[in-house]
Design a protein around this ligand. Sequence first.
Ligand SMILES: N[C@@H](CCC(=O)N[C@@H](CS)C(=O)NCC(=O)O)C(=O)O
Length: 343
Amino acid sequence: MIANKTFRRAIQSAAAAAFLATTMLSGLAHAGPTLDKINQRGTIKVGVGTTPGFFAPDSDGKWQGFFIDFGRALSIAVFGTPDKVEFTSSSPQQRLPALQSGEFDILLSGVTVTTTRAFKLGFHFGPTVFYDGQGILVRKDLGVTKAADLDGATIGAQSGTTGELNVADFFRKTGKTFTPVTIEDTGQFIDALESGRVDAITQDSSDLVGKRTQLKKPDDYVLLPERLSKEPLAPAIAGGDDRWLELVNWTVNATIQAEEWGITSANVDEFLKSEDPAIQRFLGVDPSFANDIGLDPKWAYTIIKTVGNYGEIFDRHLKPLGWDRGYNSLWTDGGLLYSPPFR
Ligand SMILES: N[C@@H](CCC(=O)N[C@@H](CS)C(=O)NCC(=O)O)C(=O)O
């Protein structure tokens, strides 16, 4: 009887251990539908915009920019190399449905995190990579110095953007009137300002600063001082693939954490000698940490060595456009960037 009971307990605990091992393994190794597709295809499909500094093809047709570098970092996290990623520009109106239908694996296109996009469209967001706010770009000769001066103006917004909604809120809240002109195509949006079809255009200020450089006479236009909204721009993915979401989360976190530790593309090899156990885990000197989570121990090392830390990415692409770090500084410098611990 006793022997029987012991035997039964042994069987039960063996079964429990096997169950635990399988669920842990599947939690660790099982990719969801997006990651499965990415692995089968051998590339990550990324939807982007067309704003200099953030995403734009260079003279060789190679995509460059702040958001582009996060795409390359993701390619390293998934494939160990920065080039297994395909960037395609898509209008703000088209790209959200395209993400939903699986045409893109991720949007790195200045998508604002909003409640509706989370609940109604079912998107998941990675960490905010750029804290932005909506701006208004006007022709200087209008003599306007603040948004409230635009009472009665004709204002262009891009369809499908938060900007389209926020500008309506702003005028309603301030009791002023305006005539909205909604335009899908980015080229026509810019043309509308240059041709005088609209008095002003409104978009994320990151977009306006970048697009202003493409105007024939940039000095004829001014970005008004107000920010109409909070626009936290984050990687957006479709729901239903937790592992893909975590790869996105921790890839962004890796660039922020590296900056906090002072690890750069130039000095990362010196950090391989660090005695700090957290840095040893992060750089794969202690491979057990990455092995435990099913990642290549060199994933974060390769991201930093190849793409650089967050500050390097920012300085490479956005400093030349005159951007200060502002909110996009590390929390240790009074900004909002804060990576959870790598452990
Ligand atoms: N953040 C806003 C606007 C997104 C957006 O329109 N982003 C800009 C880039 S930051 C863009 O795609 N512009 C059109 C283009 O680049 O072609 C949203 O999520 O609705």
